[in-house]
Every structure is written in C-alpha cells, then in structure tokens.
Design a protein. Sequence first.
Length: 67
Amino acid sequence: MLMNIKTALVAWNCTLREWTGMIQNCKRHSEDMSVKQWCDAHSITVSNYYYRMKEVRKPLLMRSVEC
C-alpha cells in the first residue's frame, strides 16, 4: 500500500513538472498568441489549461502558507 502511494506521488510530480513546462511555454508565446490560440495549437481546452495551472500552483501556495 505504501509503495502505491509513493508511486502515485512520483507520477503526480512528473505530471506537475510536465504541466509547468506547458504553462511556461504558453507564457513565452503570450506576446504573439492568446491563451486560446496556444491551447488550440496544442490540442487542449482553455478550461483544461487553467485547471492545470491551478494544480501547478497548489503546492507552491501550500509552501508559502507554511513559511
């Protein structure tokens, strides 16, 4: 059971890293394309983009509250 939890945490952290890169990529292109245009070009919905952004920010917000 503990191994399953560790495996899930590792997988979630990998997902968050991937999403962080995706968000950074979108922000790098913010001058020449809107979020919607970027999402269309990368085959994700705008709502999914903002969901991913929210999930990426959660651990950062948790750490800032702990300080």
